[in-house]
Design a protein around this ligand. Sequence first.
Ligand SMILES: Cc1cc2nc3c(=O)[nH]c(=O)nc-3n(C[C@H](O)[C@H](O)[C@H](O)COP(=O)(O)OP(=O)(O)OC[C@H]3O[C@@H](n4cnc5c(N)ncnc54)[C@H](O)[C@@H]3O)c2cc1C
Length: 441
Amino acid sequence: MQSHDLARKTIWSAIYLLFILAPLFALLAGTLPPARGFGTEFSVALGYSGLAMMGLQFGLTARFRHVTEPWGEDVIYHFHRRVSLLAVGLVVVHPLILLAIGSDKLAMPASLGEVPWGAWFAVLSIGAVIVLVITALWRKQLKIPYELWHLSHIALALIAIFGGVLHMIGWGFYLADPLKRALWIGMTLFWIALLLYVRLFKPLFMLRRPYRITEVRSERGDTTTLVMQPDGHAGFRFKPGQFGWLTVWGSPFRITGHPFSFSSSAEAAQGRVEMTIRNLGDFTSQVKTIEAGQRVYLDGPYGAFTIGQPTDMHVLIAGGIGITPMMSMIRTLADRGDSRPLVLLYGGRNQDSLTFREELDALQARLDLRVVYVLAEPPEGWSGETGHINAAMFRRHLPPGYADHEYFICGPDPMMDAIERALGEMDVPRTRYHSERYSFV
Ligand SMILES: Cc1cc2nc3c(=O)[nH]c(=O)nc-3n(C[C@H](O)[C@H](O)[C@H](O)COP(=O)(O)OP(=O)(O)OC[C@H]3O[C@@H](n4cnc5c(N)ncnc54)[C@H](O)[C@@H]3O)c2cc1C
């Protein structure tokens, strides 16, 4: 890992911890309320921490490039999911502790009308949190379409967080102190600002920087390439391997954009970018119907899956549509006249599913590139590799000194797990391989 990446990771982690812990320290500092039992204090502290963590989730998913870059977007989303579970655990355990210690806070009043409003918001918030977790963990099993889930995920998160804040104000035992009250109001305003940034300011920015489709190219493997050109602005520069969020129909205010790697060379002129999209679901099945001239919106570039560090050779390992970032890397290295050796291991079902096959074959003349196709369903007479990419294939096709090469892996999750394990067994250090998972959300 480069040292400036480590420094950025340390700084952002410290800021994150500060945000999570500051409310707790502030609550304990200064004038303390008359002591209640330890159980009550502990339970309240957990509730506050959980709420602060939940609010900061808006920051984790706000796609701040400078924050996400040292880790990569997939790691940030993974962290978002893990921290959500912790935050939700804290929020749910908070009333359970009060229940366990028989706190009078949970004593049922004679009629529902006497239940304090702060308690209703607690019920609303915890209810929203439980539905949020269930739908996030089992979205596929519950067969909830992605866009509907995304919309409900944001709505439930808002209900959970603002319900929590209102519960806190309604029950505001600790918030009598004006300074502490100011801190929580500040935190709440910060969360709202994050939300406005993502849902209002960023889309407004994108609205002023549209792209135009200049070509729609049909590729092998039920796949389509969109060629896009900035419309009235200079566009952005990306590093090969990075990705962007694409909105084709509707405005950038639409909740759901779709992530796709850039497949074109990072050296392409006039801000031209290409995305190569395989038909795998609702949105992707419509891509081939897009016509040249259509206006689209791109949010990017994102991701840390990119070449750039000095290395003796690059080893690219692609499965299926995981070829797209590799294609960008290969095209870019060819345009830069890079003379370092490059090996691509490319797994697919059959020859017809190998997107970019002809171009890859041609590129072997322009670069020190060797392409090894690995077919799960080989045709009769196929003399190349078959089955799934594995450690034995690395030993057959790579020069020894495995720990000195730089590896890039992108493909279906089971393939990526197997390859990461194989590299581990070959004593390739973790810093030498990079993975891009297409299933991070
Ligand atoms: C970093 C990254 C880069 C990617 N690059 C490529 C690429 O170069 N080429 C390519 O063909 N595919 C790529 N994908 C996968 C692509 O984003 C999904 O296949 C596509 O969004 C599926 O949408 P759908 O509506 O057609 O499918 P659906 O049937 O609606 O969804 C299939 C699955 O795709 C995921 N998905 C759906 N919509 C979204 C969304 N808006 N955001 C995130 N995930 C979603 C969900 O897990 C869902 O269960 C990439 C994914 C990621 C995360």
